[in-house]
Write a protein that binds this ligand. Structure first.
Ligand code: KG4
Ligand code: ZN
Length: 344
């Protein structure tokens, strides 16, 4: 069955056509540059831009998949978590299309999409497995028993990893969202500055914390005379120092939380924008080897950040283990800005 998927949860207007775990098209129109001058996502601007772009993005998704609306068997749409007034645009469009073609519309959890994005195009068994989502809004380690049955094993107490990287990038004058630029800078820098490791020695509580690291980094930048005074070499070394600590903290907590699982699964699926980071991939692969986990990442950069193909694939994966009747049973689709992955 071909699925039309839509995601408007944050600042990417996205639509895709998928079939099972195959991705037939994946169209993403990013608004990032429009929000950059505000140093974060402006909800009302996001909503307006989603409204302006949603029809074009859906049309392109259908066209690039070389299909037509009549061949679509179901519409999948992100219900949450995300910005309420942004989610609303995708949900309204999904319902409108579903009604037009007389097919069901199914609400999908955005985090579930990120967690399963590494399974796109693969034909290996997925469950049970561990999932790690590292994005601008979430840092969560999840036990995935089967499609729709997820338990959070660890999560952040405050900032998400991507959010912390973005804030550090901003302190260095690297723009927004700065995770990718920070990575480039860090590649050319040395971890030479003192920066405390978050929760050092207290990592046994299944949670991350990035707000203290952020404050310490702010003080460090100030002690060097502030952003304007920094040389390019200093920016590169500061980027390497911050990213290094942020990832070290991620890995330490992960190892402890994974070590507590009675019968740990053999796979770790990683998704979310920060999973684009090469250094992080290397660290996770190494941790995987040490803990007996095979690590999986999305097959392309477009599957890593926000996109709609992961939403379609998540529905495709639900359809693998359940009958269409079970999956499509009547349920009102509505925006759920604070939806947890444990709610399915
Ligand atoms: O998954 P995503 O596109 O959106 C959310 O659902 O939040 O993640 C965006 C986050 C941003 O914080 C961005 O800076 C970060 O992913 N990011 C990166 C890289 N590319 C994007 N962080 C580190 N290294 C990268 N290469
Ligand atoms: Zn996301």
């Amino acid at each position: 069955m071909k699925i039309l998927a839509i995601d408007t949860s944050c600042d990417e207007t996205a639509a895709a056509v998928t079939q099972g775990r195959m991705v037939l098209s994946n169209v993403i129109w990013s608004q990032a540059s429009a929000h950059a001058k505000f140093g974060g996502v402006m909800p009302s601007l996001a909503q307006r831009m989603h409204r302006e772009r949603i029809d074009w993005v859906v049309e392109q998704a259908i066209r690039r998949a070389k299909t037509e609306l009549g061949e679509i068997g179901a519409v999948a749409v992100t219900e949450g978590p995300g910005l309420a007034i942004a989610l609303e645009v995708g949900i309204r469009k999904a319902k409108e299309i579903a009604q037009k073609i007389n097919k069901p519309v199914i609400g999908i959890n955005h985090i579930e999409g990120h967690l399963l994005s590494a399974a796109a195009k693969s034909d290996e068994a997925i469950f049970p497995s561990l999932g790690l989502v590292v994005s601008g809004g979430h840092t969560e380690l999840v036990f995935m028993t089967k499609a729709g049955k997820y338990q959070i094993l660890a999560k952040t107490q405050d900032d998400a990893l991507g959010e912390a990287l973005d804030k550090a990038a901003r302190m260095l004058g690297l723009g927004y969202p700065g995770g990718g630029v920070l990575e480039k800078m860090a590649e050319a820098g040395l971890k030479k500055y003192p920066l405390p490791l978050p929760m050092a020695g207290r990592e046994n509580i299944d949670s991350w914390s990035y707000s203290g690291l952020k404050t310490a980094f702010y003080r460090l930048v100030e002690s060097l005379g502030g952003q304007e005074k920094l040389t390019r070499q200093q920016v590169m070394d500061l980027a390497a120092t911050f990213q290094g600590r942020a990832f070290e903290h991620l890995i330490r907590v992960l190892k402890i939380s994974i070590g507590k699982i009675d019968r740990p699964p053999s796979k770790l699926l990683v998704g979310g924008g920060v999973a684009a980071n090469k250094k992080l991939r290397e660290l996770l692969r190494r941790m995987g080897r040490e803990t007996g986990l095979r690590t999986y990442f999305p097959y392309s950069k477009k599957m890593v950040g926000d996109n709609a193909a992961m939403i379609g694939v998540a529905l495709g994966i639900r359809l693998e283990a359940n009958t269409a009747d079970e999956v499509f049973k009547e349920r009102e689709v509505d925006r759920k800005p604070r939806l947890s992955v444990e709610q399915g």
